[in-house]
Design a protein around this ligand. Sequence first.
Ligand code: HEM
Ligand SMILES: *[C@@H]1O[C@H](CO)[C@@H](O)[C@H](O)[C@H]1NC(C)=O
Ligand SMILES: *[C@@H]1O[C@H](CO)[C@@H](O)[C@H](O)[C@H]1NC(C)=O
Ligand SMILES: *[C@@H]1O[C@H](CO)[C@@H](O)[C@H](O)[C@H]1NC(C)=O
Ligand SMILES: *[C@@H]1O[C@H](CO)[C@@H](O)[C@H](O)[C@H]1NC(C)=O
Ligand SMILES: *[C@@H]1O[C@H](CO)[C@@H](O)[C@H](O)[C@H]1NC(C)=O
Length: 337
Amino acid sequence: MAFSKALPYILLVTMLFTVGPTMAQLSPTFYDTTCPNLSSIVEDVVRQALQTDARAGAKLIRFHFHDCFVNGCDGSVLLEDSVADGIDSEQNAPGNQGIQGQNIVADIKTAVENACPSVVSCADILAIASNSAVVLAGGRGWEVQLGRRDSRIANRSGAVSNLPSPFEPLANLTVKFANVGLNSTDLVSLSGAHTFGQSRCRFFQGRLSNFSGTGMPDPSLDPTYRDILLEACPQGGDDNRVNLDPTTPDEFDNNYFTNLQGNRGLLTSDQVLFSPPGAATTVDVDRFAASQEVFFDAFGASMIKMGNIMSPSTTTDGSEIRLTCSRVNPLPTLADM
Ligand code: HEM
Ligand SMILES: *[C@@H]1O[C@H](CO)[C@@H](O)[C@H](O)[C@H]1NC(C)=O
Ligand SMILES: *[C@@H]1O[C@H](CO)[C@@H](O)[C@H](O)[C@H]1NC(C)=O
Ligand SMILES: *[C@@H]1O[C@H](CO)[C@@H](O)[C@H](O)[C@H]1NC(C)=O
Ligand SMILES: *[C@@H]1O[C@H](CO)[C@@H](O)[C@H](O)[C@H]1NC(C)=O
Ligand SMILES: *[C@@H]1O[C@H](CO)[C@@H](O)[C@H](O)[C@H]1NC(C)=O
């Protein structure tokens, strides 16, 4: 092929991988002209999903969190294994194993593509859907910042190292949040998302009877709550699911924090925000338990911060508006020109 014939192709591929507002400021009005009804389209699909799945919203906000913690909010967590595209899915990392909600993301993407083809990124869909999830569960929304682009790579090892584990002590959680620019107030407010959704028994079973090899239950676990959990998680019930918030399981409110004050946090990573003597986070738990309005303010501010975690690699690895959230776009061929 002569160079002159190849030139347009080289230019196009170069544009695909370098052009795009990868480091640009996000903005709440980003899609106002290109997709004016976007947030109501997303909210409608989330509302519909909630009719058959009370955890639909919880699944979506968790996806956004796991997206943002690895290479920034670039939809990387949504990519599924593909040898042809060189994708080793982040969903294979321990912190993502069994993550749910891919089907809901696909339904939202279909509705969005029908209204505004090829303009809205999957990363932004997760950000908007998170806000819808909170609002539809009785919480307060925030000014969702938009304009992210989708990655063409996944970073499984980044997911292994960056995602927090439910077994970690406070110091480790604090470091993992600090590594992405979030402070201990953000750690506490964002953990408040455990006001809805569920966890499998495998993630807290160790607290019930033989905590850290002591032969005793976790001392920071309320005994009555422990009895309920023992019943919900019998031998062999590792995959049973239990509400993260035993008080108001499907509602977005500040009961997560009053639960912590009563030793009714489900995961070690929940209860350590309140119980360790001298923990720097106890003050924020108390503030959010005392006032739902204060919690809602802090949660919105922290969600905007989390949504701004930026990938230093998007500029070199390229980005796109993915057509299907679970796989990268096919590359253009010469036949397309
Ligand atoms: C602080 C560190 C965190 C840890 C260690 C953690 C860990 C977990 C674990 C182990 C589960 C249960 C997963 C399963 O059974 O498959 C879970 C569920 C959940 N997490 Fe977190 N999480 C953390 C922070 C967050 C944050 C920041 C958010 C969102 C802003 C969030 C939102 C959720 C939601 C909504 C669920 C329920 C999902 C469902 O019902 O499917 N979590 N988390
Ligand atoms: C936008 O949504 C509103 C109400 O949800 C609807 O009345 C209107 O027709 C929609 N506009 C477009 C362009 O889809
Ligand atoms: C993967 O994530 C890790 C941890 O954030 C980061 O150091 C690394 O540069 C990322 N790799 C790629 C290829 O983006
Ligand atoms: C906490 O972090 C330390 C230092 O990185 C690590 O050695 C330890 O395994 C972590 N603890 C847990 C429970 O992950
Ligand atoms: C965390 O950052 C927010 C601003 O993003 C600030 O208001 C808050 O005081 C900080 N918290 C701590 C413990 O530094
Ligand atoms: C508790 O765990 C420790 C360490 O894993 C083990 O040595 C011990 O036998 C266990 N105790 C009971 C009562 O199961």
